[in-house]
Design a protein around this ligand. Structure first.
Ligand code: SF4
Length: 433
């Protein structure tokens, strides 16, 4: 989501005359868009400002703006602690960045803008031209979260759940497709909680997917990140007949222990999770799953950990994001006793090894077969292309004839854990066509 936000922050600043530069010391304005999900994110911001100060020692000081979730969490405190920072702006008010910059230039005051102003944000953004023209583009449809998992800062930094009007999203999707996008990844902290009411009609994620499925030149649809509780039957049914919805689902479970899921306030248990996986597999036996895991959540025993390993083996996830629990200030889990770091490190390494093994085994299945690939780009300085399979697997391949945005069949010759490698050849008649 920060990538989407960063692109839109750029669009907003370019609207008042700013351009991107790769030369740091040329910048008049420096925007650091931050994420608060990981450990020590606040300190990393101050470290970055330290580096910035050094770089600009012999140059005119740039206007320094901190945006994103660290800005939201720290707010006014940032300007007090680091006077080099001029503007602090939260993720739900970044649409005001243009006005804040202009006001700063006029008055030279410091600004802290961390209100939850999400409706105005998207109303403003819809009027700002989109510069993004990638083959695979992100599109934010929902923000915030009402689930309040005990370890997570999102409900505090992004605020309550908000779903954008459906027509606004369809319009943005059409703009992206006109600019060359062939795959849209719908984004939300709780994307499958998408829920928009208009004229006494309720639109859910399934309604949106069905609408986007009709866009002629759009070839692929994905969505992330989902909560198991919101995997409703109407959404699962989309895997039956929305041919553009890709057969790959990232569905975080966090732990395979019901006791830990309860302590986390996840609002689902492992039985519920596995039932969803089964329902989806019944519709499409080929669908692949990835997940998120937190290792060493306060109170996690060896038995809880083993339950997590069991569920990994049961589902056979082909990818995962796995981390050792780290407390987020202000969340209910922040002050709980945690396991020794050494224990957690060993558990994490072991879990990652198991998932990496599944990843490699899964990739090996493609060798000597054709995979349908969406071509994203030519690799810089190489005679090779990059694309992804329906299952999100990255493919690096040689081709004697293809262009970005094409969907082609690539013969896979080899792989490692992450990438598939192959070749794309076409006949003379295909080339003529
Ligand atoms: S559902 Fe996701 S975003 Fe919401 S509180 Fe839980 S982990 Fe955070």
């Amino acid at each position: 989501m920060n990538e989407y936000d960063s692109n839109r922050i750029y669009d907003l600043t370019s609207n008042i005359g700013f351009n991107k530069t790769d030369i740091k010391t040329e910048a008049d304005c420096f925007v650091l868009n931050t994420c608060h999900i990981r450990d020590k994110s606040t300190e990393k911001v101050y470290d970055e400002i330290g580096r910035l100060k050094k770089s600009f020692r012999n140059f005119k000081k740039p206007l320094v703006i901190i945006s994103g979730c660290v800005a939201q969490a720290e707010s006014e405190e940032m300007i007090k602690r680091e006077p080099y920072i001029d503007i602090v702006i939260g993720p739900q008010s970044y649409h005001k960045i243009g006005d804040l910059i202009l006001n700063f230039q006029r008055k030279k005051g410091k600004f802290n803008e961390t209100n939850f102003d999400v409706i105005n944000k998207f109303d403003t953004l819809k009027k700002i031209p989109i510069s993004q023209n990638k083959i695979s583009s992100y599109l934010t449809i929902q923000e915030g979260c009402d689930k309040f998992c005990n370890f997570c800062v999102v409900p505090y930094t992004r605020g309550p759940e908000y779903s954008r009007p459906i027509q606004q999203i369809i319009d943005e999707a059409n703009i992206l497709v006109k600019k060359g996008t062939r795959e849209i990844v719908l984004l939300g902290q709780n994307v499958n909680a998408y829920n928009f009411f208009e004229n006494s009609k309720k639109y859910k994620l399934s309604s949106l997917i069905r609408e986007l499925n009709k866009i002629k030149n759009l070839k692929r649809i994905r969505y992330t990140t989902s909560h198991p509780k919101d995997m409703s039957d109407d959404l699962i049914d989309c895997y039956k007949d929305c041919e553009k919805l890709m057969p790959f689902l990232h569905l975080p479970i966090q732990s395979g222990s019901d006791r830990i899921l309860k302590l986390m306030n996840r609002k689902h248990d492992t039985k519920f999770y596995l039932e969803i996986i089964e329902k989806i597999k019944k519709i499409n036996g080929d669908i692949k799953f990835s997940s998120d895991f937190i290792i060493g959540y306060p109170g996690e025993t060896e038995k809880d950990y083993k339950n997590t390993i069991d569920i990994i083996r049961k589902v056979g996830f082909v990818n995962s994001y796995s981390y050792i629990f780290s407390p987020r200030p202000g969340t209910p889990a922040a002050n709980k006793n945690i396991n020794k770091l050494e224990i957690n490190k060993t558990r994490l390494q072991n879990l990652q090894k198991i998932i990496e093994n599944y990843q490699l085994l899964n990739n090996k299945k493609y060798i000597d077969k054709f995979s349908e690939v969406l071509v994203e780009n030519k690799l810089t300085g190489q005679d090779k292309y990059f694309g992804r399979t329906k299952f999100m697997a990255p493919v690096i391949f040689q081709s004697d004839f293809c262009k970005s945005g094409d969907i082609i069949n690539v013969k896979i010759n080899s792989c490692n854990r992450i990438n598939l490698f192959g070749i794309h050849k076409i006949s003379n008649s295909e080339r003529a066509a």
